[in-house]
Design a protein. Structure first.
Length: 106
């Protein structure tokens, strides 16, 4: 899996890493959710929550998915971070607008 730089600001939300796992990774490997959960050492329900985008990819899960898919945990953590940052930024944008940026003068 290749990576590319995303220029901000994104106008649309980043894809949840669970969606990438569900739509791209598992079909290309020809594995079921049950078999994938078994190989990851997690419950089927826990994996389903990630695939549905209702649960974040934690550092532990990123380690498991990264080992499983062979691309390491960093990619999965960066995808989750981009997803979280975009949604949080849009949720609190009005509050952020009232925060003054401090500029240090020497």
């Amino acid at each position: 899996m290749g990576e590319y730089a995303v220029q901000r600001p994104l106008q649309r939300p980043p894809v949840h890493p669970g969606e990438i796992l569900r739509e791209d990774v598992l079909p290309s490997l020809g594995l079921s959710v049950s078999e994938t959960a078994r190989r990851l050492g997690v419950s089927r329900q826990q994996l389903h929550r990630i695939l549905a985008g209702t649960h974040p990819v934690t550092t532990e899960m990123a380690l498991r998915i990264g080992k499983f898919s062979g691309n390491g945990p960093g990619l999965w953590l960066r995808m989750q971070q981009a997803y979280d940052l975009w949604h949080t930024e849009h949720r609190i944008q009005e509050e952020l607008a009232h925060i003054e940026t401090v500029v240090r003068t020497s």
